[in-house]
Design a protein around this ligand. Structure first.
Ligand SMILES: [Zn+2]
Length: 302
């Protein structure tokens, strides 16, 4: 049976309900000093605000070593009634020190598999997806290494692979590597940040493979392209790819949280949902938020 692996255990895909398919409760990188998401009560307040807006589940794309605070996720999920899916995986090399990368060098796939099947660290909390990252219009050696390990872990467990596309670029390179060379079925791949590079032709070419396409944000850093998201979503829906679309808030800084005056997680329901309904109809938006995430994340775990 295909189930989604949440921090409280495996659930049927329909249980995800209205889902924020790409976001962060906790995140910390040396690249964003002073902007870490590590405050548990702020995370609880943000989740509660999302719940109050009608949200049912959140997928946290924070990978290995970037402050996931996995032990805090089950109580937060229980207290707020929002299901949470945690990730394993590895981000771009700039987010790690050399010692960490050296230590993982020969056992990355092993770490991913352990976090998906046994649990993350000693928490007992299992990851439900593998998050990796591409580069700007290309894949460097680090991206190839992490994607190779992700594919190996996918083949061992069935877990879906979610990809940070750098500034939304490199979608076809990622698909060539993961699905061409490494044999991952396209429907097990989720491409993220496509709104950051609104090339509607590339979006359509990527969608034609059968992969999932996640549109996330808005964020201050990507304001220049975020406003084109409704156009991109409409173009994909009109091309018949409505069943491949995913939406998320991708809150990565404390200032972006609704509890700190930013758009945060509730914005997805407060503004993105009605805006997209005006573009592709309320019925399809409902399916994008309530059916596609469960289908993208449900796995016959091995
Ligand atoms: Zn993210």
């Amino acid at each position: 049976m295909s189930v989604v692996r949440t921090v409280l255990g495996d659930v049927g895909p329909e249980r995800l309900g209205v889902c924020d398919a790409h976001d962060h409760l906790f995140f910390g990188s040396p690249r964003l000093p002073g902007q870490e998401l590590r405050d548990v009560s702020a995370a609880r307040a943000e989740l509660a605000a999302f719940r109050a807006s009608g949200g049912d589940s959140v997928v946290q794309w924070t990978p290995y070593g970037l402050g996931r605070r996995v032990a805090d996720l089950p109580p937060l999920s229980r207290e707020t009634g929002v299901l949470v899916v945690a990730a394993t995986g590895l981000h771009q090399s700039v987010h790690y020190d050399d010692r960490t990368l050296k230590e993982l060098r020969n056992r990355l796939a092993e770490v991913f598999v352990a976090e998906l099947t046994d649990g993350i660290g000693t928490s007992g909390v299992r990851a439900g997806l593998i998050k990796v990252a591409g580069g700007f219009h290309a894949l460097d050696a680090h991206a190839r290494w992490t994607m190779t390990a992700a594919a190996e872990a996918h083949h061992a467990t069935g877990a879906p692979i979610a990809v940070h596309l750098e500034l939304g670029t490199g979608a076809l390179d990622v698909l060539d590597l993961l699905c061409g060379e490494l044999g991952v079925a396209p429907y097990r791949v989720i491409l993220g940040h496509l709104n950051r590079s609104p090339d509607l032709v590339v979006h359509r070419q990527a969608a034609a493979t059968g992969c999932y396409l996640a549109f996330d944000g808005p964020s201050r850093a990507h304001h220049a392209t975020d406003w084109r998201m409704p156009d991109a979503v409409r173009a994909l829906a009109e091309a018949g790819h409505g069943d491949r679309l995913l939406l998320g808030g991708d809150t990565t800084t404390a200032a972006a949280r609704s509890v700190n005056g930013g758009p945060g997680m509730p914005y997805l329901l407060r503004r993105v949902r009605p805006r997209l309904a005006a573009e592709i109809g309320a019925e399809l938006v409902e399916r994008v938020m309530s059916e596609n995430p469960g289908r993208a994340l449900a796995v016959e775990w091995r």
